[in-house]
Design a protein around this ligand. Sequence first.
Ligand SMILES: *Cc1c(COP(=O)(O)O)cnc(C)c1O
Length: 391
Amino acid sequence: MIPSVLPTYNRAPLHFVKGEGAWLTEADGRRFLDLGSGIAVNALGHAHPALVEALTNQANALWHVSNLYEIPQQQALADKLVSNTFADTVFFTNSGTEACELAVKMARKYFYDKGEAEKVEIITFDGSFHGRSSAGIAAAGSEKMTKGFGPLLGGFVHLTFGDLDGVTNAITDQTAAIMIEPVQGEGGIRPVPDAELKALRQICDEHGLLLILDEVQCGVGRTGKLFAHEWAGIAPDIMMVAKGIGGGFPLGAVLATEDAASGMTAGTHGSTYGGNPLGCAVGCAVMDHVADPDFLAEVNRKAGLLRQKLEGLIAEHPDVFEDVRGSGLMLGIKCKATNIDVVNAGYDNQVITVPAADNVIRLLPPLTLTDEDIAEAVTRLDKAATQVENA
Ligand SMILES: *Cc1c(COP(=O)(O)O)cnc(C)c1O
């Protein structure tokens, strides 16, 4: 008999009932160190007082109004995003994949309005992830996500990750944009080298294409900059954001330059919930923390500390781990053992990691984790690795 919850997930038998900082409490009372943050969502950890306050204050005042009316919290969050990024304008969604939908629509409308309606194709890369909507799975293109769900949304050209020559060769009169994650998340924490991001920006400029960055996972302070592309000293035309921006409240956004967004006039797009007062009140509180240079400096300091300790851990368990990669507090440990076995051994030792493609375990801890949490993380991962060795 089918479970009452549609069984699209293989769930671990863990029932968390409370969270505080980087710690989760299981129904049986055990405390788990959370190095997953609900997949890079709880950027400020669990139950951060500023987020609880923002949410409860807003909940006591007003939960929801339609986008038919002015929403001051939405205006405030848009202003914060605009003043801290390349963007001139923002549309709010409830999720990352909805941001992908708008990014695709925006790029196509841009060229349509310029009288170049043939430009509809978007170049994407293998191993990428853009969410589970029809546009999202077509954009990523992997058979794992698309099989059985055809006909797929057309207009995506899939290239090999890192193949810059392939990009130049794939550009035709129909090409509108290049869409890429600066650090692939689901694909196994594969960072795009700065030089490559710069080259993609240049290719877009030379061919009049739009550069769409998917920073749903790597954005919002995760890599130690507010957004990951800042490390490469470039800016996109359109950017997808979600996960960390809501700190646990479902919230996403598309950020764009005035030019790229020029086709999106009244009536061309919409959302019932996107940018509602609750979500945006929380988003403002998240931004007030993560956009602070002192906060980002701390993320970088802690990232250095964690990475250094992980290098030591990997050296001690050469049969379990291979190497560590990634940026800031978005780290992937490539495993020699099966990654799921390592994740499960982590559960046994009350530390949560997240599996990814390429036999990687992801560490996406709350950006607020403490030095003591880092020491505890390495102790627990060490125990998990020993357990895998002895299995
Ligand atoms: C999670 C993710 C998405 C999809 O976000 P949802 O909120 O699950 O729809 C899109 N792109 C990237 C890079 C992601 O990590």
